[in-house]
Design a protein around this ligand. Structure first.
Ligand SMILES: Nc1ncnc2c1ncn2[C@@H]1O[C@H](COP(=O)(O)OP(=O)(O)OP(=O)(O)O)[C@@H](O)[C@H]1O
Ligand SMILES: [Mg+2]
Length: 260
């Protein structure tokens, strides 16, 4: 299968007053089309930096980022993003928030078509009937559902999720994991998920990439070859428990708390 994303030998340092601050070194990640890549690694190792390089908001000192066979040289409109904080606009309704990327990417699309697309996604995540509400009228989990719809509404090449479930309680989080599988089953997409939750990485990822400590490089790649939508019970199966033990050890190595 063709890779949708190829991160090839990416090395990057931030330029600071105190001199270059190395963040990524010889990083390699390949993500096939319609697959889900989960990235875990120590805090501050360079994960959010990686998302900015993929979105074309920054460019690496060395190496290349390829998206859909094109070298990323400018900001990409065909990237959808969602973060830990849903950042919805309070002066817009939920429907109007979800439509926003279409206003930028497809300004000529008739309003009714934009709205129909947003309504379709909102229904998929169980927010039917809340289209006219303001963000403050929704719970945290509902707001995060709406922000996932906004990330997907323009059918981006890739959706980048930087700890989108991190601020939610455990039950809401598991609910949203299942929603992610449902969304993928309805409408396949390619995703890169940054997370600190190993269970989340195994439940959602087709591959889990463990990054080393800063400057981050690809330390370990685990493939999780289980078709979706995956049942939550998967989390309690011996195979999963074994996978989690392997990943936990890799994280400890990345943190310098265990030796390889
Ligand atoms: N604009 C910047 N200028 C200088 N240094 C930066 C800049 N942005 C981030 N850094 C530094 O680069 C390193 C990596 O930051 P990044 O945000 O990519 O880490 P992260 O892996 O996403 O961390 P976390 O898991 O805590 O979100 C950090 O040490 C941070 O202090
Ligand atoms: Mg981060």
């Amino acid at each position: 299968m063709d890779n949708l994303i190829d991160i090839k030998g990416v090395t990057h340092a931030y330029k600071t007053k105190a001199g270059p601050f190395p963040v990524l070194r010889d990083l390699n990640i390949s993500i096939p089309q319609h697959s889900f890549c989960a990235v875990v690694g120590p805090s501050g190792c360079g994960k959010s930096t990686l998302t900015r390089l993929i979105a074309g908001l920054m460019f690496p000192d060395q190496g290349e980022v390829w998206l859909h066979g094109e070298l990323v040289k400018s900001p990409r409109k065909t990237v959808g993003m969602a973060f830990q904080n849903p950042v919805l606009l309070e002066w817009r309704t939920i429907l109007q928030n979800v439509i926003l990327p279409l206003e930028i990417v497809a300004p000529m699309m008739p309003k009714a078509q934009k709205e129909a697309r947003a309504r379709e996604l909102l229904a998929m995540v169980g927010l039917e009937g809340f289209e006219g509400k303001r963000p403050s009228e929704l719970s945290g989990g509902m707001r995060q559902r709406a922000s996932l719809c906004r990330a997907l509404v323009h059918k981006p090449d890739i959706i980048i999720l930087d700890e989108p479930f991190g601020a939610l309680d455990a039950f809401t989080r598991e609910d949203l994991w299942q929603t992610m599988h449902q969304l993928r089953a309805n409408e396949p997409f390619t995703a890169l998920l940054i997370t600190h939750d190993l269970r989340e990485s195994v439940y959602l990822g087709d591959q889990v990439v463990v990054l080393s400590g800063r400057p981050a490089t690809t330390q370990y790649v685990m493939s999780v070859d289980i078709p979706g939508p995956r049942p939550l019970e998967m989390l309690y199966e011996p195979d999963t428990v074994e996978r989690l033990a392997v990943l936990r050890r890799e994280i400890q190595i990345a943190q310098g708390r265990a030796v390889a």
